[in-house]
Design a protein around this ligand. Structure first.
Ligand SMILES: NC(=O)c1ccc[n+]([C@@H]2O[C@H](COP(=O)([O-])OP(=O)(O)OC[C@H]3O[C@@H](n4cnc5c(N)ncnc54)[C@H](O)[C@@H]3O)[C@@H](O)[C@H]2O)c1
Length: 256
């Protein structure tokens, strides 16, 4: 299914890789100009080059979502380049795996600050810009592990689970608070996706250790079944730009 995002401006954090890059390419292919934000400038520039190869428009910004001044400078750069912002995808994130007994305070802070505090900082900086353009949409990257602990994978990650559980409630609270300013806020909650996020990730292994038996299979997870590894990241990009009607009959998380 294809939609027309011509004239729309999207800012995507962590768009130098994986799901963020796939989302950037998808939105650009549908006409949006994309502010590609990443802590790794070179990776962001590669995404912009891929967007240009497809005939789209993108600009790379070097910003750490944990740093308010870097976010504000990326925001100002995007507004200078494009005039306004309509969509924000809060995608930047990371995972670390440590058993509780070995989990350091520094690692806890890294994961919580990137995955949860970063989302607050970026949304606080960008929401007023979206509102001043007449409203728009925000999509946050949650995970099935915002809901369930997939302990059977043997991956000890209480800090990741805590951060993504927070993303789920942050999303709900923002949706209520920003509705009056014309900004729709949703989250997507993927299952395991083979990106650099999970080095050497093997989805067959993930299924083999019990993800299929877990409760509450989400639509994103169902869509991964039967796909080859190489199909999965673009499939998630489409998911983030997913198009469906909301309760009010409006179409698409990123469509107004
Ligand atoms: N891959 C999965 O299995 C999976 C499943 C569910 C949810 N997610 C979520 O999807 C999002 C994207 O994950 P991915 O799999 O594409 O990972 P990825 O590692 O391929 O991409 C993450 C990107 O975020 C960037 N980044 C990291 N810290 C940053 C910071 N402080 N500031 C700015 N950019 C930063 C990285 O440089 C990288 O380009 C994450 O929020 C992750 O929690 C991933």
């Amino acid at each position: 299914m294809s939609f027309d995002h011509s004239g729309k401006i999207a800012m995507i954090t962590g768009a130098g890789s994986g799901i963020g890059r796939a989302t950037a390419l998808r939105l650009a292919s549908q006409g949006a100009a994309v502010a590609v934000v990443d802590i790794q400038l070179e990776a962001a520039e590669e995404t912009v080059a891929s967007i240009a190869d497809g005939g789209g428009t993108g600009v790379a910004f070097d910003a750490d979502v944990r740093d308010r001044s870097e976010i504000e400078s990326a925001r100002d750069g995007a507004v200078n380049a494009f005039g306004h912002i309509d969509y924000l995808v809060n995608n930047a994130g990371l995972v670390r795996m440590s058993p509780l007994d070995e989990l350091s305070e520094d690692e806890w802070d890294l994961v919580l600050d990137t995955n949860l505090k970063g989302m607050y900082l970026v949304t606080q900086a960008i929401a007023p810009v979206i509102a001043s353009a007449g409203g728009g949409a925000i999509v946050n990257l949650a995970t099935i592990e915002s809901e369930v602990v997939v302990a059977s994978t043997g991956h000890p990650q209480v800090h990741y689970n805590a951060s993504k559980g927070g993303v789920k409630m942050l999303t709900k609270a923002l949706a209520v608070e920003l509705a009056g300013r014309g900004i729709r806020v949703n989250a997507v909650a993927p299952g395991p996706i083979a990106t650099s996020f999970i080095p050497g990730a093997d989805l067959r292994l993930a299924r083999g250790v019990g993800l299929d038996e877990g409760p509450a299979p989400g639509p994103a997870r169902r869509r991964t079944r039967g796909r080859r590894r190489g199909d999965l990241v673009p499939a998630l990009g489409r998911r983030v730009v997913h198009h469906r009607r909301d309760a009010a009959g409006r179409r698409g998380w990123l469509t107004r």
